[in-house]
Write a protein that binds this ligand. Sequence first.
Ligand SMILES: *[C@@H]1O[C@H](CO)[C@@H](O)[C@H](O)[C@H]1NC(C)=O
Length: 612
Amino acid sequence: MLIWIICAAVFIGLLIRNPYFFQDVHFLITLFRVRLRVSRYRERNYSILDRFLDVVKTQPHKPFVLFKDETYSYQDADKLSNKVARALLDSGAVTEGDTAALLVGNEPVFLWLWLGLLKLGCPVAFLNYNMKSQSLLHCFHCSGAKALIAAEEYKDTVEEILPHVLEQSVRVFILADQCQTSGMESFRDKVNQASTEPLPSGVRSHFTLLSPAVYIYTSGTTGLPKAAVMTHLRIMSMTTGLALMGITSSDVIYTTLPLYHAAGFMGFTATIERGMTFVLRNKFSASNFWEDCRKFNVTVIQYIGEIMRYLCNTPKKDSDRCHKVRLAMGNGIRAEVWREFLNRFGNIQIKEFYGATEGNLAIHNYVCKIGAVGRVNFLHKKAFPYAVIKYDHAKDEPLRDSSGFCIEAAKGEPGLMVIQITQRAPFIGYARDLKQTEKKKLHDVFKKGDVYFNTGDMLCISKDNFIYFHDRIGDTFRWKGENVATNEVSDVINVADGIKEANVYGVHVPGHEGKAGMAAVLLKDGEKFDCIGVFKHLEKFLPAYARPRFIRIQNSLEITGTFKYMKVKLVEEGFDPNKITDPLYFLDEREGKYIPLTQEIFSSVITGKMKL
Ligand SMILES: *[C@@H]1O[C@H](CO)[C@@H](O)[C@H](O)[C@H]1NC(C)=O
């Protein structure tokens, strides 16, 4: 009797100390099962393609991909990807191991192309279709692709870089029935003529789980975009990682995120792994979002912070709670938006996670704590060590103690998130860029010889063990769900007419996720700021999300102290014409030029009247 009372008392004591005890244990059990699944896949050299082919066998007629009014079953997808693979094989453009690059939007053919190339044992580079000219060419080159396959709508974009691509004897295909441009070949006609017969597995006989499967572009936290290498094993572990959120085979998952990003793409691979249904939309639309969810019986949605905010900003409707969505998974939702979303759209579990495309670990907020990106779980952290360490902003490097080791930040204090690189949590790095790969590694963190992945993000662990996102350091910021590399933007501005030098940074705008781009600019002697010319130049060379919203003309760019420090001051000063005496300009997209940033414009921007 006494023993039971003691046990109960200890247990109640534990619960009082940790009210999330059951959820913590549940997470560990799920984690264990997921890891077990990955190690079984690993032993059997079982890839996402094997999984796909098995699901085709077990549930051929189950709806697999829903897009607009089109429904594709697992069997349809199998046949369509066979056709793609056969057309490519017959063209002689690629064989096993050769990379192909895709410049295709969010439409089913993107998926068939990927599956088809997978069947040929070819890695695929997912080009971001917002990219243009130099940036696009850079991305294409770092994949080392032998073929480029582009949707018809991006034909002009491809033509611009065509001479440089052809120099490398790359084959260029356009998803059209015919193509007159020399150097480009039509592809849709060839796919239509190809047979649906399965490919002999001999065409991919050298394949292992450690072969690269996909290259996904990320700016990391510095410099030009880099191609993060995703091996088959990594795809399997990231995909099964989504199972930690509690998705099951009967779920219908809805994504409006671009497939060229890891998050959207993982929604698709998770669909295959669990044998679910994937609802794809070419572009996020706030006004159609819930209508789509109702039409397709969606149960799980994928988000980034912006999506949730836009949904909350739509006019209230009686039908707001009329849907079957039970789970939302993604990242970047702010606490205030989170609360409002739940109030408006009902009891949906929102599960935030934190992880980089090229990173070696994701952390999960599995208890749905509002505002947090993750939760410290003692055993999980033992198996996958990570730490939030003190950071010296003036020197732009982690703070080290007298013996040269890093120092963990106190609870409640923001610091740099670093994740130990181990066999369990490997860091593969970037394609053809050893230097950038090395730059992401931090050595001798707590012990001589240990190596950690440097996330470049400032996080904060609270007293009750929740992890919060604080800020991003380094030379990038996020805007509209995309990473913007400041150096890349300033390189483009620097060669605009009349401009001597530019320094680019991100500024906070109330009511917006991420940071809006701003450039401090020094003009050439005797030159005026060319409002139209500069806009036209940026429009030509940069995707819309990377074009600076604000421009500040300075007489001299301060170069004292570290470059970084100078940015900190500019970021703090922001774009308020009341505080800044330098001329300020605002990007007016409708007018197609920069216009002087007046007091009125400033107030309509900060009150949200003017859309950015
Ligand atoms: C959604 O569910 C309803 C009721 O269960 C069903 O009648 C309808 O066919 C489903 N729609 C789709 C697209 O699966």
